[in-house]
Write a protein that binds this ligand. Structure first.
Ligand SMILES: [Cu+2]
Length: 153
């Protein structure tokens, strides 16, 4: 039995060397956005009218509906440059059964509707082409809710 001890020690040493070391920081850009203004949490507005990312970045957007009024539902829809109004119009026509988001190639990413106080995490890859990409809320009557995702080279 004693002659097996060195083998056991080697086995333990190899396992220790192979133990996972988790020091890597995930390469994800974390953004935060909520609804409403500092003065009025119920306002049909985003807390920020501009977000900035690098082209092609992996993005994790924490989106909080800051309202408390029942029925105050908001979403986040990122669209191609210049397509804010056409996506809003098509999405309102698409209706609630489509989550108020049109099925069109002009939509780059879209959240589900967030109810009052609800927080969603929206993971997406930033466009590879630098530019100004509008984000809009496509819930009917909310067309004033707009911002720009500025994508840098
Ligand atoms: Cu809205």
């Amino acid at each position: 039995m004693a002659k097996n001890i060195p083998v056991l020690l080697i086995f333990l040493a190899l396992n220790a060397a192979a133990a996972p070391v988790s020091t890597a920081v995930p390469n994800v850009t974390r953004l935060e956005l909520s609804t409403g203004t500092a003065a009025n949490k119920e306002a049909f507005a985003y807390s920020k009218d501009r977000l900035i990312v690098k082209a092609g970045a992996r993005v994790s957007l924490v989106f909080k509906n800051g309202a408390s009024t029942p029925g105050s539902t908001y979403n986040f829809v990122l669209v191609k440059p210049g397509k804010a109004q056409s996506v809003i119009d098509a999405s309102v026509s698409a209706g609630s059964e489509k989550g108020w988001v049109a099925e069109t190639g002009e939509v780059l990413t879209a959240s589900k509707p967030a109810g009052p106080g609800e927080t969603l995490t929206i993971d997406f890859t930033a466009p590879g082409e630098p530019g100004e990409y509008p984000y809009v809320c496509t819930i009917p009557g909310h067309a004033t809710m707009r911002g720009i995702l500025k994508v840098l080279k």
